[in-house]
Ligand binder design. Structure first.
Ligand SMILES: NC(=O)c1ccc[n+]([C@@H]2O[C@H](COP(=O)([O-])OP(=O)(O)OC[C@H]3O[C@@H](n4cnc5c(N)ncnc54)[C@H](OP(=O)(O)O)[C@@H]3O)[C@@H](O)[C@H]2O)c1
Length: 302
């Protein structure tokens, strides 16, 4: 059977959502890290050649922002070299590639939201390695779409939302940083965009100027602290006892990697060229929380 979509990083937040949302007649081969390590150049070339998909989606990434500071070798291998191998293999077989990047390529010094053309100036290894991955994709594969997103939370995998709910099990006070601004993005919403773009690529129907880099994040801007407050506003008190959320500054919560103070993404380009806008982040968060509680993945699950 022919395969329309080859997905890497199928075990991640985004990958899991893409794999479960692809519907017939589209077909997908979803490969987790154990099935396709994207840092293995020969394996990447052989796999793409053997499967011969119509589009490749790279859901694989090294996303441990703080750990990356102590392990730049792995971060660059996964976030720069892996995407480069995928881009070169896709280009060789004339297959389009969808890649995902991050708001952390910006330094946060801009007053408003970041557009696709604003200069990259990452503050840490993770952002540097992701920026290098973007460059590798642009250079390696002409037929690419890079979706830059932010503050991803999904039903499957680990993220800020689950961390807050787990903390609330044992803490009645939680301190959360209140001076970093960004947009929470539900992995399910991002997956839907990835699938729409895949379908357009497969059908040869990409809109004019549809190749390139696009910002794609939940609508609205907030802080981590307000994000936490919203989580507990939505979650019923019989599921977790609502803790007191105490607002603190980044200076009071030092981390190995610096993070941008403002990483809000201007998503107009995606709206104008593709006609796609994500819904308000609060609405998406409510669906994510429903999914987490229904899947029972919070306490003890993946
Ligand atoms: N998470 C965020 O807040 C965030 C924010 C902005 C942008 N993004 C970007 O959004 C994309 C999706 O992120 P996500 O949250 O879904 O990440 P995630 O949950 O960490 O998933 C990444 C997946 O990649 C896999 N992986 C790691 N190394 C690999 C390798 N060498 N070969 C193949 N697979 C490998 C991981 O496998 P293991 O589970 O085995 O490690 C994991 O399943 C990434 O490009 C990320 O940079 C994420």
């Amino acid at each position: 059977m022919s395969v329309d979509i080859l997905l890497t990083g199928a075990g991640g937040q985004l990958g899991w959502e893409v794999a479960r949302r692809v519907r017939a007649p589209l077909t997908i081969k979803a490969l987790s890290r154990s099935q396709l390590d994207i840092t293995d150049r020969d394996l990447v070339f052989n796999t793409i050649s053997a499967i011969s998909p119509k589009v490749v989606i790279n859901g694989a990434a090294y996303t441990a922002v703080d750990k990356a500071e102590a392990d730049p070798k792995t971060a660059f291998a996964v976030n720069r070299d892996g995407p480069r191998y995928l881009a070169e293999a896709c280009s060789y077989h004339d297959i389009p590639l969808i890649h995902v990047s991050t708001d952390y390529i910006f330094d946060g010094s801009k007053a408003g939201s970041y557009s696709e053309d604003d200069p990259a100036a990452p503050l840490g290894i993770y952002g540097e390695s992701k920026w290098a991955g973007e460059v590798a994709v642009r250079e390696g594969c002409a037929r690419h779409v890079i979706l830059r997103t932010s503050w991803v939370h999904g039903i499957h995998g680990n993220n800020f939302v689950k961390a807050m709910l787990r903390l609330a099990q044992s803490h009645d006070h939680i301190k959360v940083v209140d001076d970093q601004y960004g947009s929470p993005t539900f992995a399910g919403d991002l997956a839907e965009v990835v699938i729409i773009v895949s379908r357009l690529m497969i059908d040869g129907n990409l809109p004019q100027n549809g190749i390139g880099t696009f910002h794609c994040a939940g609508a609205g801007v907030t802080t981590w602290c307000n994000f936490a407050r919203e989580i507990f506003k939505i979650t019923k008190p019989e599921i977790v006892e609502v803790p007191v959320i105490q607002s603190i500054s980044s200076a009071e919560y030092p981390t190995p990697s610096r993070r941008p103070i403002n990483s809000a993404l201007d998503c107009q380009k995606l709206a104008v060229i593709y006609g796609i806008s994500l819904r308000p982040w609060e609405e998406a968060l409510a669906e994510m929380l429903d999914g987490v509680l229904a899947a029972d993945t919070l306490f003890g699950g993946p």
